[in-house]
Design a protein around this ligand. Sequence first.
Ligand SMILES: Nc1nc2c(ncn2[C@@H]2O[C@H](COP(=O)(O)OP(=O)(O)OP(=O)(O)O)[C@@H](O)[C@H]2O)c(=O)[nH]1
Ligand SMILES: [Mg+2]
Length: 669
Amino acid sequence: MISSVSTPQIAPTGLDGLNVLWESLDEMRDALVRIAGVAGDDAASEASRIIGKIDSFEPTVTMIGQIKAGKTALVNSMIGQSDLLPSDVNPWTSVVTSLHLNSRSRPEGTQALFRFFDEEEWDRLVSTGGRLGELAQRAGFDSEKDAVRDQVLAMREKSRARLGKRFEMLLGTSHTYDMVNKDLIDRYVCYGGMDEDEEGAGNRGRFADITKLANLYLDLPGYPTGLCLRDTPGVNDTFMMREQITLNSIRDSRLCVVVLSAHQALSTMDMALLRLVATVNARELVIFVNRIDELDEPATQIPEIEANFRSTLRKHDVAVDVPILFGSALWALNALSNTLDNTPAPSRIAMENWATVNQAEIMRESPQDRAWRLSGVPNLHAVIADRIATGPGQAMLREIRDELSNLVTSIEVSDGGLGIDRSEIARGDIDTEKLAALIDGIEQSTLRTLTDANRFAVDSLSERLVRAQTMFCDRAVEALQSHLDAYGTGKAWQYNPAGLRMMLRTAYQTFCTDTESTTNDVFGDATLQLERLYIDVFDIEPGRVALKPPTPAHPPPPTSVGKTIALDLNVTWWKKWWQGLRKKEPAAQRYSSLIVKETDSILEELSGDMAPALCKENTEILTTFIDSQRTVLMSLAEGPSEGETDENRESEKLAAIEATRTIIDSVAA
Ligand SMILES: Nc1nc2c(ncn2[C@@H]2O[C@H](COP(=O)(O)OP(=O)(O)OP(=O)(O)O)[C@@H](O)[C@H]2O)c(=O)[nH]1
Ligand SMILES: [Mg+2]
């Protein structure tokens, strides 16, 4: 019997905060549906646009961490499944896997979707040997480059042999299923299970090499609607084949849970992980220290571990106030499958010991409830719910509330609810062409202001980034020169790129803050100008029409700043570089051009990709806003529609509007 998704045996009470958020969104959604049913076509289409926005709102929580910290085990326990995703010593997770819980925008008939690399991506991965091969190549670590490439090629041959003729055909495609179970997932998301010919191996890991992303849609009773949990491969994967994919998945998530193992002293916490963590806003970060069941005395060791972790974070000036939670996915999984009796003795002793500092209510709890609570999973759920509800959740509520309020206002205006006599309008008092020209004028002038401001902001970002790069290069070369003066080329030397990363990050953050503020100004100005039209053209008393400006787009974190560059490679790699130096061009020049080559792609991603994308999103928001106001104003100017008005429908509409106003007020409160 293939185990499939089961009904969670323990309620995820910590996530309740998200249900509250969804209740408010649902209330507004219901109001929109009601309005769409009674108002005219224009209002209905605006309502369905807003409904679409609610339905696709799905905050994502991404788990990152070193290999074997227990990310996958933790994800399983968070969704109340004892072993849905493959979590084991072997195999290891190789694919970013998104679990969409009770999704409202699940593609029809789809429960699982696996996307393969396309040919170009695959060729690039293989021909350069992943990111590590790329670094080696660029830095001139020739022998390493070849070694990495050979290993990657061997991997490719293995995949090809495993998939036979289908290999080429699969690249660039995806597989979709209308069901999901463990067996299916095993085939796509993990490598390094048993060898093909080994007994019982089945199809495990069959497609893992070429799978890029997995999306699973799970219907879990008791869980919030619209939450995505994302499992990722360990950050220190051998060839960094998937670094970019992990970076991208953090970029579009709203909360990162960094999973560490309690045994991992944070001083050895992978630098790659710290670099990544540093790029994410502290409000969007949580650390979960897993595997406390393996500590001898959690009660005394946990405070020490926490102090130790915090001091490392402070030293690197990263995520200083981040919440640090402790727990054990193992306990959670045992509680879920009610197999506490099988818990090995050391783990049981650790649980007893940890319970001594978590005494409250212990006497009244069942062993299962107690293990669940001590596992830390309910705490993690609660922190996630809180961070999402107060962060992206609140922002979404506000945004939807304002759009709903504008929609209601527009209906009231066109119904004459604000004292406009529409029959007068119909007599031709309003020059519709002139009105259209006025609206176009507002659109053009505000868009121009926004575009100019955006261009200026992107240019300034570009300049700042280049300045940071140059400054860093100068400093590095200067340091290199003094090293050479003192020791010659005989001794290896390395320069820490942390300072460069900080400057790049700051430049990007400044860009985001500036852009948000100018965008808000332009949005506010467009709103005022549109309000003025109601007053000037329709003679509505000032203050009667109160439009809400739209909300600027949320800037994603600059994760590319955290990607590994040659300067991060360790001393062993650099020794070779130094050996190669004697024969080649002057050290300083070579070093400086290496830095530029290595960091150009980060600069390009920030100012050539992310920044313009954010600006474009804001421009689209402005256009959508003006478009919907144009529809209202024009239909108002064209006068009442032909045909008789249905009184029943009119009173239904009034009731819907009144009810909606009450909902808007309650959300505002
Ligand atoms: N004792 C103990 N073992 C755990 C815990 N969490 C996970 N493990 C075990 O650790 C091993 C690795 O767990 P995974 O969940 O696969 O770890 P991961 O971080 O997803 O690993 P990768 O995907 O390979 O990076 C498995 O054998 C798990 O059973 C825990 O809290 N306590
Ligand atoms: Mg895993």
